[in-house]
Design a protein. Sequence first.
Length: 213
Amino acid sequence: MKLILLGAPGAGKGTVAKLLTALDGSVQISTGDILRGAVQAGTELGKEADGYMKRGDLVPDSLIMGIMEKRLQEPDCQKGFLLDGFPRTIPQAEALKVLMAKLGIKLDMVVSIDVPRDVILDRLCTRRTCTQCSAIYNVKSNPTKVAGVCDKCGGPAIQREDETEAAISHRLATYNEKTAPLIGFYEKEGMLKSIVGTSSDVVVNAIKAAVGL
Ligand code: AMP
């Protein structure tokens, strides 16, 4: 399947993407994970992105489009992909449309995952992420077996720097201002499917039914 997953930070895009990739061999493409990897590796891209990310601001569209143009041409995208955290602005969505036409790629659908703000705030403050393999945990609902250690790879499972309360409020405000308008954008394109749900299983089942899996 070739999908865009839209939704506020903490709506569960990453978790849903991981469950869906197991179904048909499509790959999860998370621009956030790519950027965090670049910051950790200390590349030029990472150095440029670091400050924006720490503040909870969006990284400039030009950097993101450079990443995506390369990523979508990698062979593992042939079986399908789930875009998680991209596009995040109207200019990114417009540039993606041009890029897809150039690469001859046709999207199946844009899924908007709709979760109440109080659930999102609680989830993000209690989320822990493995810095090595990006596995996601939650100290309340899905803790690691050993505190701070990823069950899957043994890497450090920590609270992200942009998941402090102040950074989260800023990210949510940025989402409302810059990313939420994409819902209208894709509705006009006739591509949008909205799913209201706090359970990732419910969301995954709704997506499976919508794409005919
Ligand atoms: P995420 O893991 O998707 O919440 O992304 C973490 C951070 O990476 C965001 O707060 C932004 O600073 C940056 N980022 C990720 N994806 C994008 C994007 N498509 N456009 C701009 N900035 C992004």
